[in-house]
Each structure stands twice: as C-alpha cells, then as structure tokens.
Design a protein around this ligand. Structure first.
Ligand SMILES: O=C(CO)[C@@H](O)[C@H](O)COP(=O)(O)O
Ligand SMILES: [Co+2]
Length: 220
C-alpha cells in the first residue's frame, strides 16, 4: 500500500489545525512535518511546540523530518511533543548508529534521510536498525522545487538492498517535487511513502489533489 504524507510546509501556518484536519479527511496517511534550523538548510521553520500543538488535531502518524544540525540534541523534545517517526539526515550525524538507537529508546520509529548529492552507501551499515529510508528527490530547504530525476536510481538501489536483506517492512519515503507525474517513477523504483507539499496544499481541492497522486500510482 502506498502512503501519502502531505507536508505542512506548504500549508497555511495560521490555520494549521484546520489544514491538517482537511487533509486527514481527504485521505492522507501520515502528516509530514519539516523542521529546519537555518544551519543544515538555508531556511527556518518550526520546533517541538508546533508539533505538540498539532498533535491533538489528528489521529494520523506525525512524520517528523529533521533538517537540523546536531539532531541528537532534540530527539527527546520531538518525541515528547508527539512525533511518531523521527527522520534525521545522515549528513548531520557523526554517530549515525547511536542517533538511530536514541530515537528508538524514546519509543519512536527511526528514519534516515539522504540528500540528492549523497550516496546511498552511507545507510548500508544501518539498514537493519531503521524503520525508514528517506530519499530526498530535491535538495532540502524549500517546498515547490523541481524533482531531480537521477534520484530514482537511488530508490531502486535501496529497495534492492532491502529485498536482499529480507527487510520488507522498511519504508522508502521520497520527498520533494512529488506530483501525479513524478509519483509513478518513484513507486515503480520501490518507494512506498510519498511526501507531497505543494502538490497537496498548493491546490484548492486537497481531496482531488491526494486522489490524483494516488490514482497515478495505482494506474501507472
Ligand atoms: O523536506 C522538504 C523540503 O526540504 C519537503 O518535505 C517539502 O516540503 C516538499 O515540498 P514539495 O516539493 O512537495 O512542494
Ligand atoms: Co520533508
């Protein structure tokens, strides 16, 4: 089953609770929360207080994508705020294995993200320890950027490694430039969680937007 995770980065921040309720009713599977610190990426977004504030507005899992330096310093705060899944960037972690286990010690699922310019090889040694690989299909920092086609081969490579290791429950999430045109490419390569920001919140009819992505991968 393909999961669709609308990214609230493209939502109306003044109406966040309502925006989340709308996409939940429209058929979203997870809520993707982009955390940016102005250091790891050139943009600043939100922190644990916003995660706590949105938690009561949805029964969907909160998929928290940390685009921050030293993520290990903030795992406890995001877990306490209600994150169900915390994804850290491999590029931001000197002790990747330690950070993954720190996330899991808080009873939260652990994901590792990699940028378009990072080889998938950096996650090979920790595949058995994680719940999700997030393959960035744009450079992180902003919504509304164009999908980078070369990232599709990375999705295929990671799915092959997971299959060879019989790790069938590990998700592959893709993030950036996902639309009804690009979704079939990444799903065919092995992605099963699709983050979509502008393709959902940038559309007036969120239900039709989610449905368009879902039917593109069901029929494609
Ligand atoms: O993590 C990020 C950006 O760094 C994403 O989650 C974006 O929010 C996706 O936005 P679209 O490319 O779908 O508009
Ligand atoms: Co994201």
């Amino acid at each position: 089953m393909i999961k669709i995770a609308p990214s609230i980065l493209s939502a109306d921040f003044a109406q966040l609770g309502q925006e989340i309720s709308i996409v939940e009713a429209a058929g979203a599977d997870w809520i993707h929360v982009d955390v940016m610190d102005g250091h790891f990426v050139p943009n600043i977004t939100l922190g644990p207080p916003i995660v706590s504030a949105i938690k009561p507005h949805t029964s969907l899992p909160l998929d928290v994508h940390l685009m921050i330096d030293k993520p290990e310093q903030y795992i406890a705060d995001f877990a306490k705020a209600g994150a169900d899944m915390i994804t850290v960037h491999a590029e931001a972690c000197i002790h990747l294995h330690r950070v993954i286990h720190l996330i899991k010690e808080h009873g939260v699922q652990a994901g590792i993200a990699i940028n378009p310019g990072t080889s998938a090889a950096v996650i090979q040694e920790v595949l058995e320890d994680i719940d999700m690989v997030l393959i960035m299909t744009v450079n992180p920092g902003f919504g509304g950027q164009a999908f980078i086609p070369r990232t599709v081969q990375k999705v295929r490579q990671v799915r092959q490694w997971l299959n060879e290791a019989s790790l069938f429950d590990v998700h592959i999430e893709v993030d950036g430039g996902i639309t009804s045109e690009t979704a079939p490419l990444v799903v065919e390569a092995g992605a099963d969680v699709l983050v979509a920001g502008s393709a959902v919140f940038g559309q007036k009819d969120r239900e039709a937007a989610i449905q368009a992505i879902r039917s593109s991968v069901q029929n494609g």
